[in-house]
Write a new protein. Structure first.
Length: 186
């Protein structure tokens, strides 16, 4: 038997963090995606136990403040894309107000650490979301383009093809063929 699942990585992260921090009796507050405020000084032994407990789940504590800010930028972008229709401001204004840094600083830091621009990262994330919609929903390409705030299906298609090498329609056909093949096997 085969089942398909959808994963909410943010929920998983928050759940694992809560479980491990509670297990170690650490007073904390989850402040944002990937951010935890520890309300006490941790002994070296307790910090090491936390590091080891989180490592089992592929979670790493980031000590470098710049890398931590890059992760906060990524999380803010994901949050923005999740609420695309509700956020009317430009990406630059949204990130600057959300993270309390100038956009030029955030943009430079992001590029320096990821070797890509914030704008390109957003395109990659939008294409990933489009793939998820194609694979997991019955939305039309027009509906997907609208949900991802594209001006047209043609704009979505152009970015999708540039990123993946396939048009969304070709990608959709491949997914449908795979689903049909798996259905035949079960």
């Amino acid at each position: 038997m085969r089942i398909n699942v959808r994963i909410d990585c943010n929920l998983i992260l928050r759940t694992v963090l809560r479980e491990q921090l509670d297990e170690l009796d650490i007073a904390y507050e989850l402040s944002g995606p990937g951010e935890v405020f520890i309300r006490q000084e941790l002994s070296d032994e307790k910090k090491e136990r936390l590091v080891l407990a989180l490592r089992k789940y592929g979670i790493e504590i980031i000590d470098d403040k710049q890398l931590a800010l890059v992760e906060r930028i990524k999380a803010a972008i994901d949050e923005m894309l999740e609420h695309e229709g509700e956020i009317a401001e430009k990406v630059s204004c949204y990130l600057a107000s959300k993270l309390n840094y100038s956009y030029s600083y955030l943009s430079g830091l992001f590029s320096e650490n990821t070797f890509t621009s914030i704008e390109n990262f957003i395109i990659l994330r939008k294409v990933d979301l489009a793939k998820e919609f194609i694979c997991n929903t019955d939305l039309t390409l027009t509906e997907i383009a609208y949900r991802l705030n594209y001006s047209s299906v043609a704009h979505l298609s152009a970015q999708f093809k540039k990123t993946t090498g396939l048009t969304p329609t070709n990608f959709q056909r491949i997914i449908e063929k795979r689903k049909a093949r798996f259905a035949e096997q079960t």
